[in-house]
Design a protein around this ligand. Structure first.
Ligand SMILES: NC(=O)c1ccc[n+]([C@@H]2O[C@H](COP(=O)([O-])OP(=O)(O)OC[C@H]3O[C@@H](n4cnc5c(N)ncnc54)[C@H](O)[C@@H]3O)[C@@H](O)[C@H]2O)c1
Length: 265
């Protein structure tokens, strides 16, 4: 299959950890110019080094808080100044803490809205002018099955991910005539396999120390998935790379669950 991604410019937000790292490395293997926009510059730098080893044409790490509009605009400007344009944006940053709605402090809801929804709105808005001007672009956002069907202890997070899906569909209708496509990939549970794969700002920070990211816990979680395993960053990355590529040039406004059959719709 011809993906035609070599030397395209790809921004991955939250590329420093776990799924974002897997997505970054999958694009690196396609020899793209890779921009890793992450609030954790050190962890993003580690991904950048791995991406160069994996074959990225060029890599650029830009420390960015995706919830901050000025920082997002500056990150996109730096990308365009360095590589001339933006071909692909992957909105990967997301965050949640599982807790029942009535037990959750307001600060957690606010962080969920900022990182899952405002981050996606900011980054998407910031790249659209360039993509429309070039009559071409692909935006892949990372959703969640929680946003498709609701999930215990993930109320506001689910609402934000449903928002990511709805905004992607709306924009797919609005900007399709300019050659810009938007799609969403929804991972299932995808736990980092080593502490090295996450930084302090990852939602998994401390999970190894707290002792619940264990083989036994993974096995227990795997039982609710028809395919009887939890996800790996590479599972999600393959779907993202496909949707970003010319192989998916007639696919827009779609939501694809990569979650071992957890959600079927
Ligand atoms: N891992 C899962 O089980 C799972 C399941 C369903 C959906 N998802 C979604 O997949 C995506 C990635 O999940 P993950 O487990 O890899 O997350 P993660 O928490 O491990 O990594 C998130 C990355 O985003 C960065 N980040 C955090 N706040 C930021 C900010 N304000 N600005 C820029 N960067 C910031 C972190 O530094 C980190 O590198 C998220 O959107 C998440 O909601 C994950």
């Amino acid at each position: 299959m011809e993906l035609e991604l070599a030397h395209k410019t790809v921004i991955v937000t939250g590329g420093g950890s776990n799924i974002g790292r897997g997505i970054s490395l999958a694009f690196a293997r396609e020899r793209v110019n890779l921009v890793i926009a992450d609030i954790d510059e050190q962890q993003a730098g580690k991904t950048g080094a791995k991406a160069r080893e994996a074959g990225a044409a060029e890599t650029l790490v830009v420390k960015t808080d995706v919830s901050n509009w000025e920082q997002v605009q500056a990150m996109v400007r730096k990308t365009v100044d360095t590589f001339g344009r933006v071909d692909v944006l992957v909105n990967n940053v997301g965050w949640t803490v599982d807790r029942l709605f009535v037990e959750k402090p307001r600060e957690e809801w606010e962080k969920e809205v900022q990182l899952n929804l405002w981050g996606m709105i900011n980054c998407t808005r910031a790249v659209l002018d360039d993509m429309i001007a070039h009559k071409r672009g692909a935006i892949v956002s990372i959703g969640s099955d929680a946003g498709r069907m609701g999930e215990f202890r993930e109320g506001v997070y689910a609402a934000c991910k449903a928002g990511v899906i709805a905004l992607s569909k709306t924009l797919a209708r609005e900007v399709g005539k300019h050659g810009v496509r938007l799609n969403v990939v929804c991972p299932g549970t995808t736990m980092p396999s080593s502490a090295e794969d996450i930084g302090q700002t990852s939602m998994w920070a401390g999970s190894f120390l707290k002792g619940w990211n264990t083989p036994e816990m993974r096995e227990r979680i795997a039982r609710v998935y028809p395919l009887r395993r939890i996800g790996q960053p590479e599972d999600v990355a393959k779907a993202v790379v496909f949707l970003a590529s010319d192989a998916a040039s007639f696919v827009t406004g779609q939501t694809l669950s990569v979650s071992g059959g957890y959600t079927m719709m």
